[in-house]
Design a binder for this molecule. Structure first.
Ligand SMILES: *[C@@H]1O[C@H](CO)[C@@H](O)[C@H](O)[C@H]1NC(C)=O
Ligand SMILES: *[C@@H]1O[C@H](CO)[C@@H](O)[C@H](O)[C@H]1NC(C)=O
Ligand SMILES: *[C@@H]1O[C@H](CO)[C@@H](O)[C@H](O)[C@H]1NC(C)=O
Ligand SMILES: *[C@@H]1O[C@H](CO)[C@@H](O)[C@H](O)[C@H]1NC(C)=O
Length: 358
């Protein structure tokens, strides 16, 4: 009897372990699967494609340190339960526009250390729960505007070690939950194109966000300087440039800009050009002349307007004076005559009336 009980217990244990094994039965070959955490780990296997037999209920898929250089658009279409996806340390150079389309529960996406050179702006449009996105150590030269429009939950974003020269403020404005942004180790050009992003950074820091060092590479004057510390006044010339652009477009045909050759002779259009600590090459040649020309124009217009007003005032004053003196003279003459003629006539008439009454 006790033997039978023991045997049946043994059978039950065996059956249980078989069941547990069965849930792992679809684990892709060589990968490690954890049925408790629903994690599939295919890291470091030298694979060049995503296995087709990943369990569809997988929550975490790790595919680090492989040879992946190409992703099919359908690669993750059966894995809509996925929450964490790590494709770091592979050789991906581009991502199909719809590759993450079905990953509606994705909260963490790691694409660190690939060779990604561009991103489609609709790449992340369905992953609205995404909280962490790592794009560091890639070849990105641009972040398309609109790519972060559907990421209201994103808290952590890394763009470290790419080839970014500037960023657009509007691209980052939809990231309302962002707490940390990494932008270091990029060849930042701290010129007018980065001015609006600096405004955004200041607002972001004010809101409590953390941002690492954004060290300028260009222009020379700002090389190595942290963009966060460059005073906003350094960018005042940008609005003048914009004004100039919108008003006189044909004015642009000037001598070619000699960027990067500091020994080149500077044009002697204006004597105070050299002492101006201006930023970048195109501004150097245009900043001063523009403001001087504009200042002269303003003075001339102001002078003309003042002159006209002055002449009108003088004319008005002269007219007033002449009118007043004429009136005064007229009154004086009137007064001189009245006592002689008017008064005697009045007396005469009064006398006449009195006599007639009497
Ligand atoms: C997705 O699942 C279907 C049916 O289960 C299968 O035929 C197909 O190959 C799977 N696709 C991928 C990319 O794994
Ligand atoms: C996403 O997660 C929620 C909550 O965990 C779950 O109910 C839902 O089924 C998941 N969606 C998919 C497509 O797996
Ligand atoms: C990036 O990936 C390559 C190849 O996978 C690897 O050899 C290299 O050590 C990685 N670099 C970093 C910084 O992780
Ligand atoms: C001015 O116009 C030129 C060419 O039209 C353009 O390259 C430049 O970026 C513009 N500058 C500003 C500050 O808008």
């Amino acid at each position: 009897m006790s033997l039978f009980l023991f045997l049946s217990f043994e059978v039950l244990a065996c059956w249980l372990s078989f069941c547990a094994a069965e849930s792992l039965i679809t684990c892709p070959s060589s990968c490690k699967c954890n049925s408790g955490t629903l994690e599939v780990d295919c890291s470091g296997l030298g694979l060049s494609s995503i296995p087709l037999d990943i369990p569809t209920n997988t929550r975490t898929f790790l595919f680090l340190n492989n040879q992946l250089n190409n992703l099919q658009g359908q690669a993750f279409s059966n894995l809509s339960a996925l929450q964490r996806l790590d494709l770091s340390n592979n050789f991906l150079d581009q991502l199909p526009e719809n590759v993450f389309r079905d990953l509606v529960n994705l909260t963490e996406l790691q694409l660190r250390n690939n060779s990604i050179r561009s991103l489609d702006k609709d790449l992340l449009q369905n992953s609205v729960l995404l909280r962490q996105l790592d794009l560091s150590i890639n070849g990105l030269a641009q972040i398309p505007s609109g790519i972060f429009d559907d990421l209201p939950s994103l808290r952590w974003l890394s763009l470290r070690s790419n080839r970014l020269q500037n960023l657009d403020r509007v691209t980052f404005e939809p990231l309302v939950s962002l707490q940390q942004l990494e932008v270091g180790d990029n060849p930042w050009e701290c010129d007018c194109n980065l001015r609006d992003f600096k405004y955004w950074m200041e607002w972001f820091s004010y809101r409590g966000g953390k941002i690492d060092q954004l060290a300028c590479t260009l222009p020379k004057e700002l090389r190595g300087k942290d963009m966060r510390m460059v005073p906003m006044e350094m960018f005042n010339y940008c609005s003048q440039l914009e004004d100039e652009n919108s008003s006189t477009v044909l004015d642009n045909i000037g001598p070619p800009c000699n960027k990067g050759s500091p020994t080149a002779p500077k044009p002697k259009t204006s004597p105070d050009l050299e002492e101006e600590p201006s930023v970048g090459c195109p501004q150097k040649q245009r900043y001063r002349p523009v403001s001087v020309r504009r200042a002269i124009g303003t003075v001339i217009i102001a002078g003309v307007v003042c002159g006209i007003v002055c002449i009108m005032m003088v004319v008005a004053a002269a007219y007033g004076c002449i009118y007043a003196s004429l009136m005064a003279k007229y009154h004086r003459e009137l007064k001189k005559r009245q006592p002689l003629m008017g008064d005697t006539e009045g007396e005469h008439e009064e006398q006449k009336q009195i006599s007639s009454v009497a």
